[in-house]
Design a protein around this ligand. Structure first.
Ligand SMILES: C[S@@+](CC[C@H](N)C(=O)[O-])C[C@H]1O[C@@H](n2cnc3c(N)ncnc32)[C@H](O)[C@@H]1O
Length: 259
């Protein structure tokens, strides 16, 4: 399998998703970091609704992996809003995210939403609360934290937790295996945030200085960058019969896996 490496992955902060400032400022940070996030979430929901309709599923059960804080800018909130009668089970390794997700979503959606802690890099991920079968497994901006050891085993476990016609749809960060192209996409990613900050009058004068601070901050999150080829091959190795990319923007793609 081809490898892509993260050039500045030295300062990973294992607790970064538990930090109060990261949880409390989640939607604002996403608006600075995640280009076209609304479109990505809407497209994941559109895929779910497409298969829900053709399979005539009245009350789709959906597992949201790495669900985050349940704020308006998260996938769980988008699904609850736009997939009728859906029942969403969120799972996230950050207790803080889980707690805030419950506070944000249970008052509005009641029994349609529940969530539980779980780390997909651990073999004991499938706690009794989530160890069920689902019509859909979804994920936004989380599966690039899968370790190499857990990549294929976890994808295979997800597949085993889907109903016979179950569908897996995930937006995952990725990096081209062609260095010059990877560098270009990376610069576009940094420029997006820089332009947003400029718009707010908060960008430093020097783009190069900003790029260095962005990369230092980025390294705290420890994204395990892989190419789309590696991701697609891993999905196939995990047993998905139909696998493809249906949307792509610079450093992230929506991938569908049919069980
Ligand atoms: C960028 S946020 C995405 C949140 C949400 N899916 C959304 O739509 O905005 C990444 C989430 O993945 C979670 N995460 C990171 N590593 C994880 C792991 N090993 N197992 C489960 N969740 C993880 C983080 O705690 C965080 O809530």
């Amino acid at each position: 399998m081809e490898e892509t490496s993260n050039p500045r992955n030295t300062d990973v902060d294992a607790d970064v998703w538990r930090r109060n400032e990261i949880v409390a400022t989640y939607d604002y940070r996403q608006s600075l970091l995640s280009e076209k996030k609304d479109e990505v979430l809407a497209n994941i929901c559109r895929v779910v609704n497409y298969f829900r309709e053709i399979q005539q599923i009245d009350r789709p059960r959906i597992l949201d992996i790495g669900c985050g804080p349940g704020t308006p800018a998260t996938l769980s909130a988008c699904i609850l809003d736009s997939v009728p009668m859906s029942i969403v089970v969120g799972v996230d390794s950050s207790q803080q995210m889980i707690q805030v997700a419950k506070q944000n979503l249970v008052p509005s959606y009641g029994e349609r939403f529940d969530c539980t802690p779980g780390d997909f890099n651990r073999e004991d991920f499938w706690a009794p609360e989530i160890d069920h079968t689902y019509d859909f497994a979804v994920s936004h901006a989380a599966l690039h934290y899968l370790t190499d050891e857990r990549l294929i085993p976890f994808l295979s476990e997800v597949r085993n937790h889907l109903t016979n016609k179950g569908v897996f749809v995930a937006c995952v960060a990725n990096r081209s295996s062609v260095d010059e192209i990877a560098k270009m996409c990376h610069i576009f990613r940094v420029q997006f945030t820089y332009n947003r900050l400029q718009h707010e009058g908060r960008a430093p004068a020097s783009f190069e200085e900003f790029r260095r601070s962005y990369e230092d901050e980025d390294s705290r999150f420890g994204i395990n960058w892989r190419s789309t080829n590696v991701l697609l091959e891993a999905m196939k190795a995990a047993g998905f019969r139909g696998v493809d990319i249906v949307w792509h923007l610079w450093v992230r793609s929506i991938i569908i896996g049919l069980k």
